[in-house]
Design a protein. Structure first.
Length: 642
C-alpha cells in the first residue's frame, strides 16, 4: 500500500472516530469492543416474555433514534425458547423448545419467523438491514429438559451424533446435575468440558448462533457466585475460532471481585460485576464500591477477547419497565426520581460501563431520551481515560456495606456478637484476603471451622461454623482428615440442620446485601465446602473462597463520592455524587485534583468550569469547586485548565 493511501486511511479513521460514526464495539481488523458497547436489551421491559413483533418494533426505534448515538446492539434476553403458556415461568420445567440435539431454539409461537428450523436467521437479517447488531442471552451448559430427554450430542464436523471410544454420547453423559444454575435450578446445568462430548455440545451451540447471524452473546450463570472458568474458557476459544466477530458478555456478577475477574477478563468483552440492577435507589448506590475497586485494579478497558473487556454495571432500567421474574410486559414508569436517574447514568458513563438501555422504546419519553443520549456523557463513556474514584472531597465518609450478612441468621449468633456484624464475602481463591480459616478440634473429631481464630484478641470471640454431624449419602462428599481438610457441610449453630451455601436459589439484585446464605441442608455442591491447608475455604459449586469482613452494625449507604476522568482533548471531568438523603454541599480544590492526575501539575492554574445538569457556567475557578447537590443526586463539571 502506498504511503498516501495509508495516510488517507488514517485520516478517514480519525474523522469517523471523532464524528461518532465508527462501528461501536467493533473496530478495524475485527478488534472487538474498542469502546464500551452500547445497545438495547429486552429484560427490563419484557422480562422473558418478548415476542418477535415487540422485539422488531424496539429494534426499529433503536435504528431510528439511538443508532446515531452509538447504540448498536439489540439483544433478546433470556428464555426466548420458553413457550408462553399456562404454568410457564422463570424456573419452570418442560416448557422449552429444543431441537433433536438438545439445543434451545426460539419458541415458534412467539417467534414465527423461526419456523422450519430457521432459528433467529430472519430476525438477524432484519436487524442487520437496519444497520444494527443482533444479540441473544444464553444460559450455562445444557438444559435440564435436554438432560431428562437424554438427547444425542451433535458432532458439527460430521453432522451426525458424536462418537468416541466406540460409542455414541448423550446429554446424561455430559450434564453435571450438581452444578445446576443456582437461581434457575430447573433450567440449566454445567457440562463436563473435560469430555470430548461436552466440548462438542458447546461447540455445536455457538456455531449454531453464528449460523443464525448472532453478533453478541450474553452468557448467564457462569460468573460470580456461579463461576465456571472451564466453560468460559472453552466458549471463548470457540468464539475466537468462528469466522464471525461475536462479542462475549458474562452475567450476572454477584460477589465478583477484581481478583476473580482477572481470571476471565482476557477471555470476554464485558462482564457483570454486580447482581441485577433495578430501578430502586439501593441498587444504584450499591455500585459505588464495586466500581471503585475495579477502576483501582485497572480493569477498565483491559485486554479482552480479540479486543478489550469492560466491567459491566448492568442495564439501565429507565423509562417504561416491567418487574423481575414477571410474566407480563412493560406496564409502569421507572421508580427512580430524576436526580437518581442522573446519578445512575453519570456513574455508568464515567466508570465506562457498557450502556445497555432497558426501557420499552415504544414509550420513550423525552426526559429519558435526553439522559441516554447526552453528548457529554457519551463522550466521557467512550473517549475519557484515567477514570477513577476521586477521594479528595469534603463530605461524610462512606462505609462499605455490600456483603453477605451472617449476623441475622441466628438468634444465638446475634447474642454472642452484639457489637459487630460479620459479612461473608466470596472471592477468588487467589485473593490473599481469602486465607484465614482453620479447624478447631475436640479430641479426634472436627467440631468447628473458624475465621482467623489464632489472630484474634483474647477478648474477641471468633466467628466459627459447625461441622454437620449427620452422615451424608456419599462418603466421597464427606471425607476429611483429622485436621478438618476435606468436603464439609457447615452449620450456623451446633445441632441445627441449616447449612451455609455459596449462593441462593434465585436471581439476586444488587440491592440485596443481606442475602440469605443459610438454608436447609441438602446434598448439593453449593453447600459443600473444602477447608484447604493454605487457610482457604473453597465452595465445591463455584470454586470461590470465603472470607470475612467486619462492619459496624449501624453502617449503611450514605455520604459523598466523587469520580475523575481526563478527556481526549485534555479537559478534566469531575463528578460529585450525594448518596445522602438530604441536600449536601460537596467541595474540592484544584490543587487536590492535581494530586490524582497522571503527571499533572495544576499549581497556580486557572480553570474554566461548567456544570452539566444545572447548565451553570462558573467562569474562571482558581482553587475551590463547590456545589450543593440534591439528595441522591450528582453534579458533573467540565474543567479546562491553563
Amino acid at each position: 500500500m502506498k504511503i498516501s493511501a495509508i495516510v488517507a486511511l488514517f485520516l478517514a479513521f480519525t474523522y469517523f472516530l471523532q464524528r461518532g460514526k465508527l462501528v461501536w464495539g467493533q473496530g478495524l481488523l475485527d478488534e472487538r469492543a474498542i469502546f464500551p458497547p452500547r445497545g438495547w436489551n429486552s429484560y427490563d421491559s419484557f422480562c422473558w416474555t418478548i415476542s418477535e413483533e415487540e422485539f422488531l418494533q424496539n429494534a426499529e426505534l433503536v435504528a431510528q433514534r439511538l443508532l446515531s448515538y452509538g447504540y448498536q446492539y439489540v439483544v433478546v434476553d433470556y428464555l426466548w425458547y420458553r413457550r408462553k403458556v399456562k404454568g410457564a415461568g422463570v424456573d419452570s420445567l418442560g416448557f422449552d423448545v429444543i431441537d433433536e440435539w438438545g439445543r434451545m431454539i426460539p419458541d415458534p409461537e412467539r417467534w414465527p419467523s423461526s419456523k422450519g428450523g430457521k432459528g433467529f436467521t430472519e430476525i438477524a437479517n432484519r436487524v442487520h438491514n437496519m444497520g444494527l447488531k443482533f444479540g441473544i442471552h444464553v444460559m450455562r451448559g445444557i438444559s435440564t429438559q435436554a438432560f431428562n430427554a437424554n438427547t444425542p450430542i451433535l458432532d458439527i464436523t460430521t453432522g451426525k451424533a458424536y462418537e468416541e471410544s466406540g460409542r455414541k454420547w448423550y446429554a446424561k453423559d455430559i450434564g453435571m446435575k450438581k452444578f445446576s444454575c443456582q437461581w434457575m435450578r430447573n433450567g440449566f446445568m454445567s457440562v463436563n468440558t473435560k469430555l470430548g462430548a461436552g466440548r462438542a455440545f458447546l461447540r455445536s451451540l455457538y456455531h449454531q448462533y453464528a449460523d443464525w447471524g448472532v453478533d453478541f452473546v450474553k452468557n448467564d450463570c457462569v460468573f460470580g457466585d456461579d463461576l465456571n472458568v472451564d466453560e468460559i474458557s472453552f466458549v471463548s476459544e470457540v468464539l475466537s475460532e468462528i469466522n464471525r466477530p461475536i462479542l462475549y458478555s458474562l452475567s450476572p456478577g454477584t460477589s465478583v471481585t477484581p481478583s476473580m475477574a482477572r481470571d476471565i477478563s482476557s477471555l470476554v468483552n464485558m462482564y457483570r460485576i454486580t447482581g441485577d440492577d433495578w430501578d430502586q435507589w439501593p441498587d444504584v448506590a450499591a455500585h459505588f464500591d464495586v466500581t471503585r475497586d475495579f477502576a483501582a485494579a485497572n480493569m477498565i478497558g483491559a485486554n479482552g477477547l480479540k479486543g478489550k473487556s469492560w466491567p459491566d454495571l448492568d442495564m439501565l432500567p429507565l423509562g417504561w419497565l416491567t418487574d423481575a421474574a414477571s410474566n407480563d410486559g412493560p406496564y409502569r414508569q421507572c421508580r427512580l426520581n430524576i436526580d437518581e436517574q442522573k446519578t445512575q447514568i453519570t456513574l455508568w458513563s464515567i466508570a465506562k460501563s457498557p450502556l445497555m438501555f432497558g426501557g420499552d422504546l415504544r414509550r420513550l419519553d423525552e426526559t429519558t431520551f435526553s439522559l441516554i443520549t447526552n453528548p457529554t456523557l457519551l463522550e466521557i463513556n467512550s473517549f475519557s481515560s484515567n477514570n477513577k474514584e476521586f477521594p479528595y472531597i469534603t463530605g461524610e465518609k462512606y462505609v462499605q456495606f455490600r456483603h453477605y450478612s451472617l449476623a441475622s441468621q441466628s438468634e444465638n449468633y446475634e447474642n454472642r456478637h452484639a457489637s459487630v456484624d460479620l459479612f461473608l464475602d466470596l472471592t477468588s481463591c487467589k485473593d490473599r484476603n481469602a486465607k484465614g480459616w482453620s479447624a478447631r478440634s475436640n479430641g479426634d473429631d472436627l467440631e468447628q471451622v473458624c475465621w482467623k481464630e489464632n489472630s484474634r484478641s483474647e477478648h474477641q470471640t471468633p466467628f466459627c461454623l459447625y461441622k454437620e454431624k449427620l452422615l451424608l449419602e456419599s462418603d466421597e462428599q464427606m471425607t476429611f482428615d483429622k485436621n478438618g481438610h476435606g468436603k464439609l457441610h457447615l452449620l450456623a449453630t451446633e445441632g441445627t440442620h441449616v447449612c451455609l451455601g455459596a449462593s441462593s436459589n434465585r436471581k439476586l439484585t444488587s440491592k440485596e446485601f443481606r442475602r440469605g446464605s443459610f438454608s436447609p441442608c441438602r446434598l448439593e455442591a453449593n453447600q459443600m465446602w473444602e477447608l484447604n491447608y493454605n487457610g482457604t475455604l473453597t465452595n465445591s459449586y463455584s470454586g470461590l473462597c470465603a472470607s470475612m469482613n467486619t462492619v459496624k452494625a449501624n453502617a449503611g449507604i450514605g455520604g459523598s463520592r466523587s469520580w475523575l476522568a481526563t478527556g481526549r482533548r485534555g479537559e478534566i471531568y469531575l463528578a460529585f455524587f450525594n448518596l445522602n438523603s438530604e441536600r449536601t454541599v460537596i467541595a474540592t480544590t484544584i490543587s487536590d485534583i492535581a494530586k490524582t492526575l497522571p503527571g499533572g501539575n495544576l499549581n497556580n492554574a486557572s480553570c474554566t468550569c461548567t456544570e452539566l445538569w444545572t447548565g451553570k457556567n462558573f467562569g474562571v475557578v482558581k482553587e475551590l469547586i463547590s456545589m450543593a447537590v440534591p439528595p441522591h443526586g450528582c453534579a458533573l463539571f467540565t474543567l479546562n485548565c491553563y
